[in-house]
Design a protein around this ligand. Structure first.
Ligand SMILES: *Cc1c(COP(=O)(O)O)cnc(C)c1O
Length: 469
């Protein structure tokens, strides 16, 4: 394409006003704010200009331009944070918002946020109160701890514990527990940021009580255990149990802190998972302070919870940095109502989605997978796709319970015309997006994390996919 030919094409690009007059764009104006439609027009015209100059394909057809503008406007006007369909089977999916909230918690959130509340007002005394009291009593009731404090997330809870109890002094941790959780949370880095000095003991696979004993000096501020949430070391291994560490701490007058990560409140072994120590077990075993997340196995809002002795929790509350980690009324409303469900374990399993999705029976999953496959086959009368039910395994996720899979049932899609990657992309761009997995050129949906009422959404998306074949 010659230079002056490009110049000719550039001259033919319509002006913004001309595009505004196009029928499809006028319709877009009735649906989206004018500023968004104008941005969409400028973006679209810029793209055409760039493509002409770079000798890339472009279209100057007014109808096509109008359609592209309308699509851009729709994308620009869409919410940034939006619901997605989680077909991955990963229950606590960190990228997809971790735990779903119980209906009771959502209802409570609405009640508390719609009006004023006693967030920092003591209704007994009629004077300024503390936001930290609201979840404390129920946390103590459920964990057996003397006191508790809620902050923004568990990373904040760990930082706060280290900064309050050990800034400028040493914290003894086993080498096997210097974990990294999802990119930016690494125990050695958090420790450094908090001002505490890491004193690693033992080896990657084996740490003994004598390693802790010989590391203690007058510089030691605390003994710490970190739950190896997202990996497992197998083979020739040894760790010091909390009871032993707690006894050592007591003898030497040092606080023992355990970062539990997920922090489970009930025994999940009846549902095919390895028995994990609950928060209550950890408190009973002698930890002076325990930290855990609100939105992992607990199944509540994003939060970090510190539970422990009155003395240590008081110190943390008084640390000025606590203000930087403070939770808002929404978190407290959701957390308190989620925690109340734990007063009855059966009710917790039934009503807290994270627990319900872990506890669901294989028979039920099989039934749901057959129903979903049946609905999808009905949407594909020409049998253009191969739709099957298969057994598979789901993960709990969220760095909880590594190397432990839950048997599940999958609905798999395969097409002779479309690769699994293209199916994945099409469904990911659906509205709402449907997020699944790819395994050996099949697109896979795990029914464990799907709500039965999402069948209609998936079926509609599949119909549109078939139209493209
Ligand atoms: C997940 C996790 C954290 C971080 O918790 P957030 O609530 O995500 O901040 C810290 N420690 C351990 C062991 C974890 O598993």
């Amino acid at each position: 394409m010659a230079e002056n030919q490009a110049r000719q094409f550039l001259k033919q690009i319509p002006g913004v006003d001309a595009v505004l007059q196009m029928q499809v764009v006028r319709e877009a104006l009735s649906r989206y704010p004018r500023s968004i439609v104008l941005d969409a027009i400028r973006e679209e015209l810029d793209t055409i200009r760039k493509n002409i100059l770079q000798r890339a394909p472009f279209s100057l057809d007014p109808e096509n331009i109008a359609l592209c503008v309308a699509q851009r406007a729709q994308r620009l006007a869409a919410f940034a944070l939006q619901p997605v369909v989680n077909a991955t089977g990963i229950v606590i999916h960190t990228n997809l918002g971790r735990s779903l909230l119980a209906e009771e918690a959502i209802a409570r959130l609405q009640i508390i946020c719609r009006g004023y509340n006693n967030l920092e007002y003591d209704l007994q005394k009629g004077e300024r109160g503390s936001r930290y009291v609201h979840a404390e009593a129920i946390l103590c009731e459920l964990t057996g701890a003397e006191a508790a404090l809620v902050v923004n997330n568990n990373a904040g809870a760990v930082f706060l514990a280290l900064n309050t109890l050990a800034a400028g002094r040493e914290v003894v941790v086993s080498r096997g527990q210097l974990v990294e959780i999802g990119g930016s949370f690494r125990i050695p880095d958090v420790m450094a940021a908090s001002g505490a000095i890491l004193r690693e003991v033992g080896t990657t696979n084996r740490t003994h009580l004598r390693d802790y004993v010989s590391a203690i000096t007058d510089q030691t501020a605390m003994l710490m255990k970190v739950h190896t949430s997202n990996f497992q070391i197998v083979g020739f291994t040894a760790e010091v149990c909390l009871e032993e560490l707690a006894a050592l701490g007591k003898e030497r007058g040092l606080p023992v802190v355990e970062d539990l990560g997920s922090g489970c409140f009930i025994d999940l072994s009846p549902f095919g998972l390895r028995a994990e120590k609950t928060v209550r077990d950890t408190v009973r075993a002698g930890a002076d302070l325990v930290t855990f997340s609100g939105d992992k196995l607990l199944g509540g809002p994003q939060a970090g919870i510190l539970a422990g002795t009155k003395e240590l929790i008081e110190k943390c509350k008084k640390n000025p940095i606590t203000r930087a980690f403070r939770v808002d009324k929404m978190t407290l409303a959701v957390l308190e109502s989620t925690l109340r469900l734990y007063r009855d374990e059966r009710q917790a399993i039934e009503k807290i989605p994270t627990l319900r999705m872990i506890a669901v029976s294989a028979d039920e999953l099989k039934r749901r997978a057959s129903l979903l496959a049946q609905a999808l086959r009905q949407a594909d009368p020409g049998n253009l796709l191969c739709i099957e039910v298969q057994t598979g395994s789901s993960q709990v996720g969220g760095g909880s319970l590594p190397a432990q899979d839950l048997p599940t049932f999958l609905v798999t899609l395969r097409s002779g015309k479309l690769s699994a990657n293209r199916i994945e992309e099409f469904l990911r761009r659906n509205e709402p997006p449907i997020i699944g997995r790819i395994e050996s050129n099949h697109f896979i949906m795990d029914v464990r994390t799907l709500a039965p009422e999402q069948t209609e959404t998936i079926t509609a998306a599949l119909r549109r996919l078939i139209e493209t074949l």
